[in-house]
Ligand binder design. Sequence first.
Ligand code: AMP
Ligand code: ZN
Length: 471
Amino acid sequence: MSVFNLYNTLTKRTEEFKPNEEGKVRMYTCGPTVYHFAHIGNLRSYIMEDVLEKYLRYTGYDVKRVMNITDVGHLTSDADSGEDKMLKGAKREHKTVMEIAEFYKKAFFDDCAKLNIKTPDVTEPATNCIPEFIHMIEELLKNGYAYEAGGNVYFDTSKLEEYYVLSNQNEEELQVAVRDDVEEDINKKNKTDFVLWFTKSKFDEQELKWESPWGMGYPGWHIECSSISIKHLGGYLDIHCGGVDNIFPHHTNEIAQSEAYLGHKWCNYWFHVQHLNDQTGKMSKSKGEFLTVPLLEEKGYNPLVYRMFCLQSHYRKPLLFSFDVLDNTKTSYEKLVNKIAALGEDGTLMQQDIEEYRKKFKEAMGNDLNTSQALTVLYDVLKSSLDNASKRYLIEDFDKVLSLGLLDAANTSVEIDESLAEFAEKLIEERNQARKNKDFAKADAIRAELAEKGIEIKDTREGTVWTMAQR
Ligand code: AMP
Ligand code: ZN
């Protein structure tokens, strides 16, 4: 197994990844709240988590990955003052909460399929696990980590030695957060306490309610992830993933209740993806208009171009979205597919060289998932003196992790033989020279000559790219 160094939010440093059981990884991902389409920011997180899972598999781990689907009332705040996202969706579309959940669950998995995001081994809707949530809350009440107040059940954060183990939050920041809240929940003993089970909420018109020892009600925001993870992956989790906005309070509270319930440390590695931002800041659904995969398709982008856009940056850096940069990525993607389409089938596998490049790929990915460096290794393979069979082998191999659909795209593109590719590159070079010399007549003649062979060219900021006209 090659060395895999990964940044761990829990220890706040990059460290070697070592699962609890040799060769096996138990991985949990916070899934979507299915009240609306996922925006491409949400999908950045899922793309990078997919890369993480696939890289673990690539290096030989047997991975079991679990994801929840939040399809039950989910408040934007623990103080019962935020909006209930599922109810909001149902009201907006004049549908029932379950209809909304079904529709957007399907939309989410459709988006994932288009982005080559593998479906986790287990996907579990929260509404399937109410008895498990109730059981966990009963245990927390029994062992003194929870209390009932005003009809709700709360987790008592003062019972923990270290509540902020994951986050950098401090009392001062929290004061600000509390001030920002419209109303404070007077039932809480401590301001960081959070609801495990609601029977009394501002949102009394909840459609989905269940019988419980505390009356008809529904679960709080955090209990579902702890409970679903423990249900499917047991009490020792290797790695837990989500976007950085989940660090506090969601993941902080997951740790609190899971460890209070289990009586031991729960999860060793925490993987967080930084946000996708637009000009106005973090991409979010509350802003009204937001970018989705179907919208990108409408504008003529292959969703895998967006996947490549994400892979070009490190997952721990905020990423600024713009159509200009996406256009550049589109050009790079098309160039890459053209180069692969032009590869012949000849050669025998050059095992030693193949291993050298695989090593370079693993060095890049093993360095805290440096996907842009891994892409550079892929370009190096194409530029190398390896024979075509070895190049094809390596592209297929790396794409098990990158999942850019490169060979498929190259195979469905028009047959481009190597001589035609060479011809195109040579004429483009001549045309560039002619343009430099301000010989525009010659440049136009070259464009026409290329067009005759079915080759279309486009001048972009990154240089001239060509495609076959029929594509
Ligand atoms: P939600 O459906 O709102 O629960 O979010 C699903 C996932 O997307 C969570 O892991 C969030 O942390 C993540 N997320 C939310 N906004 C962004 C963003 N702008 N960029 C990247 N990830 C995000
Ligand atoms: Zn979660």
